[in-house]
Design a protein around this ligand. Structure first.
Ligand code: OAD
Length: 261
């Protein structure tokens, strides 16, 4: 005899199966099982580094070398990271028409590598670097490669010392096009699947409210409590790399429920 599925998982699968414009909203937790540490909590990045010194615009302008020194470890981790079953499950749910897009706070590019097609990167993209003095851009890998002899790295066009990755630092605005795309998606989705975010950094953390206040079903995937749990129709407590594949299998098992594409 097969065990009955966990009720919240079954409930979430039913909601996803019925959705036609589902939206995934992800944070660092979705990449945790790819070996990329989250920001908050035990072992999080902010327990090792001061976010003001290493991830704020003011700190960066004061001394870009601090950022680049810290970046060396993190970059190696990013380069080694592969999409995990959570990224793959989200890409699969998009391919089968249950999700229309992923709005992510992550800058690691793993949703794209997993096969998600419609991705909104709210906090920018970590693979490129832009000179704040002259606007020249170059691939991040080239800048990281010269750090052993050049710290901070200098712009190849203007010799400026403010080469910054194209990710959003504290004190900067979000990329306007990404923010308006995310607002549009959160305002029109018919289900919100929130995965691996502490929902503590705004404006990103305010996006779910655009769905919640329309009464749209919310599914939460996180091993820890979040501020929106009481608004969620199903709270799936556990690692995304286990929960999302299980959810996908249940959604697919509901033979009558594939959206008409
Ligand atoms: P956080 O580090 O704040 O939160 C990560 C969340 O992932 C927590 O709620 C964890 O419980 C959860 N988590 C951990 N492991 C997980 C797993 N295996 N599966 C699912 N969830 C898991 O990361 P974010 O919410 O993404 O911004 O942080 C938001 C922003 O704060 C980041 O984009 C970054 C940071 O400062 C900037 O730097 C501008």
């Amino acid at each position: 005899m097969r065990a009955a599925p966990d009720p919240p998982l079954a409930q979430a699968a039913g909601l996803l199966a019925r959705s036609r414009r589902g939206l995934a909203f992800t944070g660092a937790g979705v990449s945790a099982e790819s070996g990329i540490s989250t920001f908050r909590g035990e072992g999080g990045l902010w327990s090792k580094y001061d976010p003001v010194q290493t991830a704020s615009l003011a700190g960066f302008l004061a001394d870009p070398a601090v950022y680049w020194r810290v970046s060396q470890d993190r970059w190696q981790t990013y380069r080694r990271a592969e999409p995990n079953p959570a990224h793959l499950a989200l890409a699969g749910l998009e391919a089968t028409g249950h999700l229309t897009a992923v709005v992510t706070q992550n800058t690691d590019g793993l949703h794209r590598r997993a096969g998600s097609r419609h991705i909104v990167e709210l906090h920018g993209e970590g693979g490129r670097v832009r000179c704040l003095d002259c606007g020249a851009e170059e691939p991040r890998a080239e800048v990281q490669a010269r750090l052993s002899t050049e710290l901070p790295p200098l712009c190849r066009r203007c010799d400026g010392r403010h080469l910054k990755p194209t990710v959003v630092f504290f004190g900067e605005g979000l990329p306007a096009a990404a923010l308006s795309a995310a607002i549009e998606l959160a305002s029109s989705c018919d289900l919100l699947l929130i995965v691996g975010t502490s929902l503590t950094v705004s404006p990103a953390a305010t996006l779910p409210a655009l769905a919640v206040r329309r009464g749209v079903p919310v599914v939460m995937v996180n091993p820890e409590p979040t501020p929106l749990d009481s608004w969620a129709d199903a709270v799936l407590r556990g690692p995304a790399g286990t929960i999302l594949p299980a959810l996908t299998r249940l959604v697919r098992g509901r033979g009558d429920s594939s959206p008409v594409l």
